[in-house]
Write a protein that binds this ligand. Structure first.
Ligand code: SF4
Length: 354
């Protein structure tokens, strides 16, 4: 991204009426262009003197380019780091091949170094479930525990990007993934029973949706869709997308959810564009077939990019939807735990944010 594109993107960012803004740098690998990160952070903070918003920054990085200079900058500007960690070394390197086959080593070293400089709470990790992960959920969680990370987000593959290129997304179905998830959640509860606070983040989002009056801000569990409301993506070329998944879909040649470009459009045009308003209207779960009479509706949401990618329709037929099937299984499991297992209920309730 050039400085001019960054400036124009910041013009859009500060037009947002939200009192809290999180700017997240994603790639590829954003640290390949550290000067532009530096530029955006400094410019954003400078501009924010006028707006007084709660401004936060996150760099999503594979840690391979994490230098002392980068860490010192992150420390000075309270920047969080987020990385990908798929579990034990062989699994991570198999999922994320790179020259030298040392991706896991670099990630783990980077996490430890960043934790030492920034603090453990400033360094997060996300995992992706490939077919090879399915029988190894305990080892994956153990890797997170060993690094002192206090939670894990057990996520299935999304039907975009590398999951499509490597045909990984076709290699397991929702039923198999749910077995993986259930085993993982059971293990997380077991860890908590032993007195170690460790959270499964998707369950935590759902528990908070059930028991807390506060929004989670999680894009896929909102009605209408959280696209462009909770998150918006400014691409290196100035294109604006409704969500990161929308950008990934565009990389596959489908620009359905491209909202405009920072050089050609203004904020008002983008936020009132037909594609955005039509999608938001269509994704009101309360009026979507099947969702409208589903008992889980208050806790669920909608994912127009997923449904468009899998069914060529932003609403999607929920009877054939992996999104719906996954959520329904998880909701049922969590409600069963809440009802039948007092110890699990106590642990799950401890995840509700005050
Ligand atoms: S579980 Fe399925 S039917 Fe129920 S609200 Fe969610 S997407 Fe709609």
């Amino acid at each position: 991204m050039s400085q001019e594109t960054a400036d124009r993107s910041l013009d859009f960012v500060f037009k947002s009426p939200s009192p809290a803004i999180k700017i997240e740098f994603q790639g590829g690998e954003p640290l390949l262009n550290f000067p532009i990160i530096r530029y955006v952070v400094e410019k954003a903070k400078e501009r924010n003197r006028e707006y007084g918003k709660d401004l936060q920054f996150v760099i999503t990085t594979n840690m391979s380019l994490l230098t002392d200079e980068v860490l010192a900058f992150c420390l000075a500007h309270d920047i969080h780091l987020s990385t990908s960690l798929d579990g034990p070394e062989d699994l991570h390197n198999r999922n994320r091949p790179r020259p030298g086959r040392n991706g896991h080593q670099l990630t783990v070293e980077g996490i430890k170094k960043a934790q030492a400089v920034l603090g453990r709470d400033k360094v997060g990790a996300l995992m992706t479930t490939t077919e090879a992960s399915l029988s190894r959920v305990r080892e994956i969680i153990d890797m997170y525990l060993a690094l002192g990370i206090d939670g894990i987000f057990l996520r299935p593959l999304s039907p975009y990007g590398f999951a499509i290129k490597n045909r990984q997304a076709e290699k397991y179905n929702v039923d198999r993934w749910f077995e993986f998830y259930k085993e993982g959640l059971d293990y997380v509860l077991e860890i908590n029973r032993q007195g170690h606070l460790f959270v499964e983040l998707y369950a935590s989002l759902i528990i908070n949706k059930i028991f807390s009056p506060f929004g989670t801000g999680y894009v896929d569990l909102q009605s209408p869709s959280g696209m462009a409301i909770s998150a918006i993506v400014y691409n290196y070329d100035g294109d604006i997308y409704a969500a990161d998944e929308a950008r990934m879909l565009a990389e596959m040649g489908e620009k359905k959810f491209r909202l405009g470009n920072v050089y050609q459009d203004n904020y008002e045009d983008v936020m009132t564009s037909d594609i955005l308003l039509d999608t938001l209207e269509a994704t009101l779960a309360e009026s979507a077939p099947m969702c409208n009479d589903c008992g889980f509706l208050p806790y669920c949401g909608t994912d127009p990019v997923y449904h468009y990618a899998t069914q060529k329709d932003a609403v999607g037929h929920k009877a054939f939807s992996g999104f719906c099937s996954k959520n329904m299984k998880i909701f049922r499991h969590i409600f069963t735990l809440l009802q039948d297992d007092p110890e699990a209920r106590k642990i799950l309730l401890s995840w509700v944010r005050p």
